[in-house]
Design a protein. Sequence first.
Length: 450
Amino acid sequence: MAGSNVTQLFSASTAHSPSYFTLDRAGAGAAGGITDFCIPCNPYFPTPAMFDELGSRLRDILTYYPSGADTITAELCQVLGLNPQTVAMGNGSTELITWIDHLLVHESLAVPVPTFGRWTDQPMETGKRVDMLLLPEAHGFGLDPEAFVRFIRSRGSRAAVICNPNNPDGGFLPKQRVLALLDALRDLDLVVVDESFLEFADAEPEPSVAAEAVLRTNVIVLRSLGKNFGLHGVRFGYLVANPGLAGKIRAALPKWNLNSFAETVVFMLKAHRAEYARSIARSRRDREEMTWRLSRLPGLTVYPSQGNFVYVRLPQGADGIVLRDRLLSEHGVLVRDCANKVGSSSRFLRLVVRPQQDVDRLIGALEQVLYEPAQAAPEAAAWTPGPRRSAPEPALAAPPAHTGERSRHAPTAMLTRGYQETTSARDLGPVPPQGYTSGTAAVDRLVGGA
């Protein structure tokens, strides 16, 4: 494997990692395939039998035009129990974000960061002002809705977005707090609640605010299908809003914006609801076990998550970019470093929840690359599958101090890039810590309030 050529692909990418296909063509993980902890996808759905069915219909799927979006949307709404007049389906949630920006964001958009990059990049690309509230690391990157409202008022923002759960940290707001936020912002032009990862949340039985959104004149709820159904390549998602807002988006969408794969999958869902529910339950259990195992690695801070990914802070002195490159080139493990996420840095990784055997590979690779000597911590080595345990309460500020344990598991010299801690987690406030950069000067000025 040409490791240097593979890792150079990340330098050419700005807001996102190279695609799986780009890495595969470059020979990443050629010896044993790529174990993907980067793309947040349900690993248990579709089932093997569903893939077999899709394969048997491949010729027709590729040969014929799909039905119109109205037909596909009507079927999805039957499965989900939604009114088609309140729904617009898009070629992935990113297409819907694009049209929301073009049609409904007129002056400015407020968004907590770090978050999904298209919510900051898309409006900036169309010349809007993006007001970014930096989520404090000292509070586990949790969003304080009241502080967000004060921030919006101080900036005069006319639209706002929250992701629930948030990407990349998995932070979650209970439904009643989201509804209170919507009430407080009812005078804005638009409020979007991006629930792309909400299917993986188990903090409360019915966390979605989609039913309430249709009763409000300025609220859109965005939902993903590719992430939940394990089919990012199909590119489909939908939004829920009152008929006026939803109809405005539907009228702007291109004809045949949904492909035949999307249609085929949507019309298969009714017969496979039970398998889908089991896949989500397995992903939730995997998240608990993966969190438990990662929290055993010395110096690694693991933040509580309600998504199908876990946000971790690396031990002091370790650099996520160097770690990412070595994990991929030496172990075929693909991770998402967060150096290019506004409000984050190369001290953080987002690790997608995957089955136990894949986590074994991740943990082993981290132990070999991150620590010196390459030796597993006793707790991690002793872990074996068994009765479900509750994940320990993760640290929300800086990693704990290390004495003798620190010297035995210090980050290797190859994982540092001259990084120096410039501030403690408790010092993080509404401006970036000293030395923080997103790599884009205009973004840094916006985050810093300039």
